[in-house]
Design a protein around this ligand. Structure first.
Ligand SMILES: *Cc1c(COP(=O)(O)O)cnc(C)c1O
Length: 357
């Protein structure tokens, strides 16, 4: 039996989107491939509220995160971590010999604008890496407040990990001044895993050109140049199947309307939060709760494995805690094409299972 996924990626994928992947191949150097990439970019620009160029990478989101920190850092990167995915960005910097410092917040808390300001004041950093939505704790950072600080440092390149929020929460890339905004297909966009997406500002591109060792496969300059100078092409062979499905899914997202989509996510988040408040407790600071994933403290100390097994037998799957929070919390994702009705159904089934435990 297929289990309906309520985990923070991969998510449930609509039948028509799955079918979108099963199209005959086209040559990746053809005009048709260029048109496909360009069409995807135009739609993504609307969803991301930006005029920046879009690059695609045949990798999961981690690919372009690693590419961004490596390609953009000429001096030193300031990584702000509020959990496992922020930590990962710092590890990527270290693994690539990119000078970096990690500023960590307590789990369940957010990156505060004044912390970013304090770190940037000395002029040590030319790149800032921030997680938009920390999937491990269900926290969304106050990026609009952080943006006010970033405006004081126009020479610094801002990289934002929006892997678990883009498509489910409003991120106005140009208004914020985000230089590299990264996501991947298997979360709020509602596609199978396998492709990563980033908007890249001209500033990020020009700065990256001065960086000597950017790697090759995830070199932002190379990816950007193929888009701008080679008519929306891709340096190697991209997953055309993902591109077919992405193009189709972006049409669906535009049909629904981005604002309506974000409201649907907010509504589902509200439902899960009030349920969690009644039955368990919310793990994170209530000022910064995510609209795409909720992290719940296992206050009743139930066996999560048993809960998820019982849910599995009924055709549902939720997620355990991540990293350091593995045994203390569990998570329910409410992203992509999941509906409030699906959430209501899931919560009813969890209630049923809990009475039996
Ligand atoms: C899932 C996730 C990642 C990693 O993305 P992959 O596509 O699995 O490489 C990075 N950051 C956040 C916030 C995530 O939720």
């Amino acid at each position: 039996m297929h289990k309906k996924l309520f985990i923070p990626g991969p998510v449930e994928v609509r039948e028509d989107v799955l079918a979108g992947m099963a199209q005959p191949m086209i040559g990746h150097r053809t005009k048709a491939a260029s048109a496909l990439q360009k069409g995807i970019s135009d739609k993504l620009r609307k969803l991301m509220y930006t005029e920046n160029e879009m690059i695609l990478s045949t990798s999961s989101g981690s690919g372009l995160m690693e590419g961004a920190v490596r390609s953009c850092t000429g001096k030193r990167a300031a990584v702000f971590s509020i959990g496992a995915f922020g930590d990962r960005w710092y590890k990527m910097a270290q693994a690539n010999n990119v000078p970096a410092d990690c500023f960590k917040a307590e789990l369940g808390q957010a990156t505060l604008p004044e912390e970013v300001d304090k770190a940037l004041q000395g002029g040590m950093y030319d790149v800032v890496c921030i997680t938009h939505n920390e999937t491990a704790t269900g926290v969304t950072n106050p990026v609009y407040d952080i943006a006010e600080v970033m405006k004081k440092y126009p020479e610094v390149v801002w990289c934002l990990d929006a892997v678990s929020s883009l498509g489910g929460a409003k991120i106005e890339v140009d208004k914020l001044g985000v230089d590299v905004c990264i996501t991947s297909t298997q979360k709020c966009l509602g596609l199978p895993p396998g492709m990563s997406i980033a908007s890249v500002s001209e500033k990020a591109y020009l700065n990256a050109q001065k960086v000597k060792f950017r790697g090759l496969y995830f070199d932002l300059v190379e990816l950007y140049k193929f888009v701008t100078e080679r008519d929306h092409q891709y340096p190697s062979t991209p997953s055309l199947s993902h591109m077919f499905a992405l193009d189709h899914q972006l049409d669906r997202i535009m049909e629904e309307g981005p604002e309506v989509r974000f409201e649907r996510h907010a509504k589902m988040a509200e439902m899960v939060r009030s349920w969690a408040g009644l039955n368990f407790a919310l793990y994170s600071n209530e000022k910064y709760l995510s609209d795409t994933v909720t992290c719940i403290t296992n206050t009743r100390e139930i066996s999560f494995a048993e809960l998820n097994k019982a849910l599995g037998e009924r055709g549902y799957m939720i997620s355990n805690g991540y990293g350091a929070l593995k045994d203390k919390t569990f998570r329910i994702a409410h992203m992509a094409d999941t509906t409030p009705k699906d959430i209501r159904e899931l919560l009813t089934v969890i209630d049923e299972v809990l009475t039996e435990m």
